[in-house]
Design a binder for this molecule. Structure first.
Ligand code: LLP
Length: 454
């Protein structure tokens, strides 16, 4: 791993001044401090494993999105947090404080937003198979936009809206035929994504909405999301180009002008020093300028822009703290170091071969002496958190601090092996407080029932 060089050169502040650590992370006298709170204090208060979120990092990212878009774009904008990345009631409140909306994809996510009294006019509802109950909830709460994904959903939503006596404000999810890989983008022409209408079906969908459902469905625009962990910003230019060309055709063929353009999320972050993410400001400026110049060229009225960042709003804010348990040494293979969490709290290494950067929080001043394999405590050989971690000699009770775990960690966690999910704490300005309680043993069995005939 690249981090080896960094650690060997500078064992005191290994990740300072890089994009990997949270903005509020510092090292003082060999101690890791985040948001003004020593990591050791967090462990003493909450135990491990522990998810820690640095509020400053989230707020800075939120402001970068919102302010850049508002400054650069001459019409309205709305930044909605794709809360599948990490969601709880406290985070909803933090996003609302920053004027950030929410992109929800389930009754559970919407319910969580409702528990925070999240403003409905800043919520969009995505997803490729929303149930009748979810559509009812969305209409009852008055969410700003429902992103309609497919032909079945057009009919289903129209029926629900009719029954409730409401009009649904919708965007059509369009699969733009752009495939994103980390450093390239390819126009595929045909699209095999499960999400959205392929380009060649969009006009048929619009005809159906306009001709059959004009009383219940109000078409406000289109939505596209080209992928996740994207470093290559050219793909977004392609998306804008395809979308405004389509909008222009729809205007002349149907007399329908799109008021909204939702360009999805996907901006990548740095998990290791090898990753080279583009700043949020650069992408937002590029999007604003591309939409403006293309709209001007087509003489198309500037639509409101929505963006839906998930990872780039929250991943870097997160760190996971683990306690080292034991060591297994076998001749000829990399030693195993076990920690008290693993694939239950972070499935991404097992699922995507994701690579994370880490430090030994209580040995920041010690030189690296070994390369180990950090494994979790779950009953799977694939439960490997760090495949090759260069570190000082690890011993039981050492603290492993893994960076970049704010997105798609807790959100994708499980209770495999009946292990409770860790607590999540927010740190800001020297304060720390729970966002999510640690799951207790009683919680783990709370939904269990015994059949009557036992
Ligand atoms: N909007 C839509 C419609 C999406 O499907 C997603 C993510 C986002 C926005 C936010 O994308 P982001 O800015 O976070 O890249 N579990 C995977 C990531 C799955 C992303 C799914 N959709 C991971 O851990 O890498």
């Amino acid at each position: 791993m690249m981090m080896q060089a960094t650690l060997e050169k500078n064992t005191v502040t290994p990740f300072e001044n890089t994009l990997i650590v949270p903005a509020g992370y510092t090292v003082e006298n060999g101690q890791s401090i985040v948001g003004g709170v020593p990591v050791a204090d967090l462990i003493a208060t909450y135990g491990t494993p522990l998810y820690v979120l640095d509020g400053q990092t989230i707020r800075e990212a939120a402001r970068a999105y919102k302010q850049t878009l508002e400054t650069e774009y001459k019409a309205k904008t709305l930044v909605v947090y794709a809360c599948k990345a990490n969601l709880n009631v406290g985070l909803c409140k933090l996003m609302a404080q920053e004027g950030i909306g929410l992109d929800v994809v389930s009754a559970g996510e919407l319910y969580t937003a409702m528990q925070a009294n999240f403003p409905a006019n800043n919520i969009v509802f995505n997803g490729n198979n929303k149930s009748v109950t979810e559509l009812e909830m969305a209409l009852d709460y008055g969410v700003e936009r429902i992103i309609v994904d497919n032909f079945d959903e057009i009919g289903r939503l129209a029926a629900v809206a009719k029954r409730l006596g409401k009009v649904a404000n919708i965007l059509l999810r369009v699969a733009p035929g752009i495939e994103c890989h980390t450093h390239e983008y390819i126009k595929t022409g045909q699209n095999d994504s499960k999400f959205g209408f392929p380009l060649h079906q969009v006009k048929k969908a619009i005809a159906e909405i306009v001709n059959l459902h004009a009383e219940t469905l109000c078409l406000k625009g289109i939505h596209g999301h080209i992928g996740s962990q994207i470093f290559e910003l050219k793909a977004y230019e392609g998306l804008v180009d395809i979308f405004l060309t389509l909008a222009n055709e729809v205007r002349s063929e149907f007399g329908v002008t799109f008021k909204d353009l939702d360009l999805g999320g996907g901006l990548g972050i740095a998990y290791t020093p090898d990753d080279d993410p583009q700043p949020i400001e650069v992408l937002m400026k590029q999007l604003a300028n591309t939409v403006q110049s293309k709209a001007e060229a087509l003489n198309y009225p500037l639509p409101r822009i929505f963006v839906e960042p998930g990872r780039s709003l929250i991943a870097r804010a997160g760190m996971t703290l683990y306690t080292v348990g034991g060591r297994k040494v076998v001749e000829g293979v990399t030693p195993f170091i076990s920690v008290d969490g693993g694939m239950g709290d972070n499935i991404r290494p097992a699922l995507y071969q994701a690579v994370y950067s880490a430090v030994v929080a209580n040995k920041l001043t010690q030189a690296n002496t070994e390369t180990v394999r950090v494994v979790g405590k779950y009953c799977e050989s694939g439960d490997v958190l760090l495949r090759a971690f260069d570190c000082p000699t690890l011993e039981p009770n050492d603290t492993l601090l893994v960076f970049g775990t704010g997105a798609y960690n807790h959100a994708m966690s499980s209770n495999y092996n009946r292990i409770g999910r860790p607590a999540m704490v927010l740190v800001e300005n020297g304060k720390h407080g729970l966002l999510v309680e640690r799951e207790s043993l009683a919680y783990l069995a709370a939904n269990d029932r015994i059949p009557a005939w036992f």
